[in-house]
Design a binder for this molecule. Structure first.
Ligand code: FEO
Length: 172
């Protein structure tokens, strides 16, 4: 049986993931405004994936017969200071989420909650990928600087990203 403390921590993480989805959607809107459709597409896919991360926690709590609680989602920033600055924020945000996931793992360990500990391993791996993706784009942006042609090439590349829905284990 999952403990109250673990349930509360996961409910808060659902909010973190939904905020992440909202933040990336706001970044998508910023890129739409700049006419950078590829960058916007990348962010929309990112936003959709964050919703899936929230739902994975949702279904886990449901499978445990735990009470799911949704908190208010705060307003994300809507003004950004350029393309590179956006991706710096993405990386910083993902590092924050990694810290949050690690805290959940610490709680599961402390409570000797093996089921949740196992469940969280997926998020540990996912966070490695999330930070890596942000760093990769940031490195490219550092490299190309203000070269407009290169930015349009990157825009085309990021426009290729496709959303693949996460297969959710609804049965628990
Ligand atoms: Fe849900 Fe981007 O971590």
């Amino acid at each position: 049986m999952i403990s109250e403390r673990m349930v509360e921590a996961i409910n808060k993480q659902i909010n973190e993931e939904l905020y992440s989805s909202y933040l990336y959607l706001s970044m998508a809107a910023y890129f739409e405004d700049l006419g950078l459709k590829g960058f916007a597409n990348w962010m929309i896919v990112q936003s959709q994936e964050e919703k899936d991360h929230a739902m994975k926690f949702y279904y886990y709590l449901a499978s445990q017969g735990a009470k799911i609680k949704l908190y208010e989602i705060k307003e994300p920033p809507s003004e950004f200071e350029g393309i590179k600055s956006v991706f710096k924020q993405v990386l910083k945000h993902e590092q924050h989420i990694t810290k949050k996931i690690n805290e959940l793992v610490d709680i599961a360990e402390e409570l000797k909650d093996r089921a949740t500990f196992n469940f969280l391993q997926w998020y540990i791996d996912e966070q490695v990928g999330e930070e890596e993706n942000a760093m990769e784009i940031l490195n490219k942006l550092e490299f190309i600087g203000d070269n407009k042609n290169a930015i349009f090439m990157l825009d085309r590349e990021l426009g290729q990203r496709q959303y693949i829905p996460l297969v959710q284990d609804k049965e628990g």
